[in-house]
Design a protein around this ligand. Structure first.
Ligand SMILES: Nc1nc2c(ncn2[C@@H]2O[C@H](COP(=O)(O)OP(=O)(O)O)[C@@H](O)[C@H]2O)c(=O)[nH]1
Ligand SMILES: [Mg+2]
Length: 374
């Protein structure tokens, strides 16, 4: 390894990590080799990995001032890790690269050259551009998924990018700082989030890059990550006017209606009267809604243990009041001459908004982490 420089870094390489213990040392060695002659630093952002990734970074940082560790406790998420990493830097440029050695770090100097020349605001290392290679996208299913997601993203961007979902890119840090307050900060697709959220149209250049197969550790791509991708697109489509959480809450509510009707049918068929069957349906739907909201909508502030039971009771109380408000308002409107459907729909919307507001503040009450979207 070359002797570490003492100049302030021109380039900060942000490396989000979760359970990448075995990859930290080779990653630093590769960066050092690739970035010879450049004043760089590497910031590993670790979400308190149980495998001790942060310890591996600090061990190297003890003798190499170019290496830093940002350990986040009680948090998960690639995009938010990258954002916080960038905010902890003062260099002119930041690069984002996976910590599992899948991205070809030898492309970094070329990417920096393009930015220095002022030819682009963002340089994306693309798996699908000339010179790129997506061999590391294990399996045809993964490749097809990647292509479909790409097509969706390109449609929304209105720019011909070959790899808007890339997790490997470089940009001026100042530009990233400007866009941070508008970011969704959820899930994996931080580049797409940046491109869709920027107040000005960013000039994007692409360089081809290999995507190697993962050697150590495991991919963290999960169904949740895909849901988050869909949520990001929906959020940007609606200009961020409706919080993502509200979408999730409403979807869960829709599932609740189906559950309610199913229980109503089953209990009625078993011989119970309508009121008994509908009460059973409502209670089961409330419990089911609470469980789904706790694990999806309010996942980042999930209630556990004793707080879970207290939360369930509060949720049922809140929804009960919501139902009374719904019926009361719809009834008053109907009596005042509003048509049956608009009166019913308005009552339902007011009920959902009430339930959502109370759930967010009272049941799961803790304030948003990433601006308006969470
Ligand atoms: N800090 C942080 N890093 C993450 C998280 N999820 C994934 N990463 C890192 O982001 C990079 C890409 O993740 P990976 O699971 O390899 O995604 P894939 O290459 O698309 O399968 C890797 O360096 C992961 O360790 C997370 O929740 N927090
Ligand atoms: Mg990977």
């Amino acid at each position: 390894m070359t002797k570490p420089h003492t100049l302030p870094a021109e380039l900060s390489v942000l490396v989000p990590c979760f359970n990448e213990h075995a990859n930290v040392e080779p990653m630093v060695a590769r960066l050092a080799a690739a970035l010879e002659g450049i004043a760089w630093e590497a910031v590993f952002i670790d979400d308190d990995s149980p495998d001790g990734t942060a310890g591996a970074v600090r061990h190297i940082a003890a003798t190499d001032p170019r290496v830093r560790c940002l350990r986040r406790v009680g948090r998960r998420g690639l995009a938010s890790a990258v954002i916080e990493g960038a905010l902890a830097c003062s260099s002119r440029y930041v690069a984002v690269i996976d910590g599992d050695l899948q991205h070809d770090e030898t492309r970094l100097p070329d990417m920096l050259r393009i930015l220095r020349a002022g030819n682009a605001d963002v340089v994306v290392a693309s798996r699908f551009a000339v010179g790129g290679d997506s061999a590391g996208l294990a399996g045809g299913g993964r490749l097809a998924l990647s292509h479909t997601a790409n097509r969706l993203a390109v449609m929304m961007l209105g720019t011909k990018l070959t790899d808007p979902m890339s997790g490997y890119f470089m940009m001026e840090r100042g530009m990233l700082e400007v866009v941070v307050p508008r970011l969704t900060g959820q899930g994996f697709k931080i580049l797409l989030d940046i491109l869709l959220s920027s107040p000005t149209r960013l000039r994007v250049a692409e360089v081809g890059a290999q995507f190697r197969a993962r050697v150590a550790g495991q991919s963290k791509l999960s169904p949740l990550v895909m849901v988050q991708f869909g949520a990001l697109l929906v959020d940007k489509l609606f200009g961020g006017m409706i919080p993502l959480r509200f979408f999730a809450f409403s979807l869960v509510g829709a599932v609740g209606v189906v559950v309610n009707l199913a229980v109503l049918t089953v209990v009625s068929q078993a011989g119970a009267g309508f009121v008994t069957a509908q009460t059973a349906g409502t209670v089961v739907a409330m419990i089911e809604n609470f469980v789904l909201n706790n694990s999806i909508t309010y996942r980042d502030q999930r209630l556990r243990g004793g707080r879970l039971w207290r939360g369930l009771l509060l949720f049922m109380l809140v929804c009960g009041v919501g139902a009374v408000a719904n019926v009361g308002i719809a009834g008053a409107l109907y009596a005042g001459g509003t048509g049956r459907t608009p009166a019913g729909a308005l009552g339902a919307v007011i009920g959902v908004v009430w339930n959502y507001a109370m759930s967010t503040t009272l049941v799961w009450g803790r304030q948003a982490r990433w601006g308006r979207t969470s």
